[in-house]
Ligand binder design. Structure first.
Ligand code: MEV
Length: 318
């Protein structure tokens, strides 16, 4: 029996989360150490499409109800890709296995990666290739189910698999990277619902529009400084941009004690900068380390209560 495998990797927001929802730029990077992997094979004729989500210990069947929210977005990814690859044709009978090493609801793009892997797997199994921008649109549609009003940065970086400069409504740019960047991610272990943190910022903006606009503008400036630092490989300047971004996100009200504790521990252990990454209010933080200092930062994060750590390297662009 032919099995088709496909995957998609995690992502982290390096600079600019939340402000990106309001039209400011942001920088996101792929995290290849964590992936969602899908296997697709033909099912018995008439079986329809089933998804086995191994990490959730659940099985979902297309067309069957009721479905929980995890099943809902996986089945939405299936629907999206079917409409794209076989409009008007009879539905194939497929069994899809999903496994992921990306923690769920930690700001690392688990949902986007699972959707992208499902879409890639089905399309490849049917012998059809989906252009990257169309794949990203399919994943964006499933992100809307999960997050309500996503900016589009998660689906874009997960489908591009490169460091990107992203601005809502504009074509993403591949980010010029002047030198290697070593990141250490610390997971607080606390689930972070992006829709909730985005709603919190929206409510605050309704109450205090001028203060929130000023914070979002401040984040936009920091992202621009970060881009310039990345282009020339200036890690000190990038670290300062990350520290400033974290301070602005704290003021915005989306950090929390666990995130602040890990950020402080990373800086004490010699990180050049550290900040929350993703929606905040739990989830993950990200620290900039030297290649030699990464293990020390990782140990400090675990010592300060991190549930898990990931070390990831961004290579200079050619
Ligand atoms: C999600 O990774 C980052 C946020 O800016 C939300 C979004 O951009 O959709 C918090």
């Amino acid at each position: 029996m032919a099995i088709t495998r496909a995957s998609a990797c995690a992502k982290a927001i390096l600079l600019g989360e939340h402000a990106v929802v309001y039209g400011r730029p942001a920088i996101a990077v792929p995290i290849p150490a964590r992936t969602a992997v899908v296997e697709v094979h033909d099912a018995a004729p008439g079986a329809g499409i089933g998804i086995v989500a191994h990490d959730l210990n659940r099985r979902y069947q297309r067309g069957a109800c009721p479905v929980d929210s995890d099943g809902e977005f996986m089945l939405a990814a299936v629907e999206g890709v079917l409409q794209h690859v076989c409009p008007g044709r009879s539905c194939p009978d497929l069994e899809i296995s999903v496994r992921s090493t990306i923690p769920i609801a930690r700001g690392l793009g688990s949902g986007a990666a699972v959707s992208a892997a499902i879409a890639r797997g089905i399309a490849a199994h049917l012998g059809i290739s989906i252009p990257q921008d169309q794949l990203s649109e399919l994943v964006f549609a499933t992100e809307c189910l999960l997050h309500g009003t996503p900016s589009g940065i998660d689906n874009t970086v997960v489908c591009c698999e490169s460091a990107i400069w992203f601005r809502r409504g504009q074509a993403p740019e591949l980010l010029p990277v002047g030198g290697p960047i070593t990141l250490v991610i610390g997971d607080t272990g606390i689930p972070s619902r992006t829709s909730e943190s985005v709603a919190r910022v929206r409510r605050r903006g309704e109450r205090e529009p001028e203060a929130v606009e000023a914070l979002l503008d401040g984040i936009g400036d920091v992202v621009a400084r970060g881009r310039a630092a990345i282009a020339v490989g200036d890690l000190q300047a990038l670290g300062r941009a990350m520290d400033r971004d974290h301070a602005l996100l704290q003021e915005l009200g989306v950090s929390g004690t666990a995130l602040d504790t890990l950020v402080a521990a990373a800086r004490e252990a010699g990180a050049l900068g550290a900040k929350l990454s993703g929606g905040g209010m739990g989830g993950c933080m990200i620290a900039l380390a030297t290649p030699q200092g990464a293990a020390h930062v990782e140990a400090a994060l675990l010592g300060a209560g991190a549930h898990d750590t990931i070390v990831s390297q961004i290579e200079p662009s050619a």
